[in-house]
Design a protein around this ligand. Structure first.
Ligand SMILES: NC(=O)c1ccc[n+]([C@@H]2O[C@H](COP(=O)([O-])OP(=O)(O)OC[C@H]3O[C@@H](n4cnc5c(N)ncnc54)[C@H](O)[C@@H]3O)[C@@H](O)[C@H]2O)c1
Length: 330
């Protein structure tokens, strides 16, 4: 297959590129390179990889990128609650309207598979013991709302009555990602607590009672590759949560794991109005249907980030490139 990957230069995207290349496919990346293109540097020597700088809001960029492809993995977007809150119009344009355009372009080009990166934060807050793909959605942010809108567009607007081609759409709702990436993000809970532990010996845990489903960046990337390889009947019009039942952690437990893995660092509990988002998620469906399971736990992520920071002498985790909160609007 020839696979278009939007957002392929991002935190998760560069590993999806690697996984899909490793499975023998050709990959074309379309990315506006908001955070640079360093994440793809080590992969560029692969002749099956083509990298294009472009914007998913621009129909020409989308059309040229989709041309000649068989499948699309759509990861590009404004990512996270703070970044989406900065400019609501831009969030709507990038996270929702561009999805509509992408679907139309996919129909014109007879794309067979379309896989979309959504998020478990569509579940918002819930006191249920475990949420699954059929659970009530309770988005608590514009980011989560924009993902639900895109899910609906992808699941319901991919059918084209004028064409024999049927796009197979699949939604992946990822847990909160952790771990080292060639495009590093320190605005994610495990990553920031690790950075603070390494540099300041301090692990500030705000509240701590809230649950989050966590998943390692390599595991998340493998899930996209697994969907591409799966039989159509297993993934067509399906939504899968991506994570591991054993990685539903309270934030205070995450702090403790970081403490256990960074010598001399200590958890400090900070009184805090609880972050409203709290949810535990079931990952049985992806496990039962695709046989997919997570291979990494939180300690793996903490260790690799710690080693990288020490080797590269990273002393500033607040650098613009390390977080998404200041989306550079164009
Ligand atoms: N990181 C997480 O914890 C997490 C959790 C759930 C879902 N997701 C989803 O996974 C996807 C990737 O997230 P990430 O963590 O790799 O974020 P990221 O910000 O590192 O990657 C997003 C990529 O999209 C590109 N991009 C942004 N706007 C664009 C535009 N208008 N045109 C073309 N490219 C554009 C950026 O340059 C960047 O390379 C996103 O859709 C995100 O919502 C991420």
């Amino acid at each position: 297959m020839k696979v278009l990957l939007t957002g392929g230069a991002g935190y998760i995207g560069n590993y999806v590129v690697e996984e899909v290349l490793d499975n023998g496919h050709e990959v074309r990346v379309l990315d506006s390179m908001l955070w640079g293109d360093n994440a793809l540097e080590s992969l560029r020597k692969n002749e099956r990889l083509e990298v294009r700088k472009g914007d998913i809001r621009h129909i020409e960029d989308l059309s040229y990128a989709v041309e000649g492809c068989d499948a699309v993995i759509h990861l590009a977007g404004i990512v996270g609650d703070p970044a989406c809150g900065v400019n609501e119009q831009a969030t709507q344009a990038v996270n929702v309207e561009a999805t509509k355009s992408l679907v139309e372009v996919c129909k014109l080009h007879d794309i067979q598979r379309l896989v979309f990166a959504s998020t478990c934060s569509v579940y918002g807050a819930s006191q249920l013991m475990e949420l699954n793909e059929g659970s009530y959605l309770n988005p608590l942010s514009l980011y989560a709302e924009s993902k639900i809108d895109s899910e609906e567009i992808i699941l319901h607007e991919t059918h084209d009555m004028f064409s024999d081609n049927e796009i197979t759409p699949t939604i992946l709702r990822l847990g909160t990602i952790f771990g080292w990436s060639r495009r590093m993000r320190f605005d994610l809970v495990v990553n920031i607590l690790t950075a603070k532990a390494v540099l300041e010996g301090d692990i500030p845990v705000f509240g701590g009672e809230q649950y989050r489903p966590l998943v390692h960046v390599h595991d998340a990337a493998r899930a996209f590759a697994a969907v591409l390889e799966a039989d159509t009947e297993k993934v067509a019009h399906q939504t899968f949560n991506v994570g591991d039942n054993d990685l539903n952690y309270q934030i205070k437990k995450v702090g403790q794991i970081v403490e256990d893995n960074v010598d001399g660092a200590e958890v400090r509990f900070v009184e805090h109005k609880e972050d409203e988002r709290t949810y535990r998620v079931s990952f049985d469906k992806i496990n039962h249907i695709l046989g997919w399971e997570a291979k990494h736990d939180i300690a793996d992520g903490v260790q690799e980030i710690k080693e990288w920071m020490e080797e590269e002498n990273i002393t500033n985790y607040e650098k613009d490139n390390f977080r998404n909160s200041e989306y550079p609007y164009m």
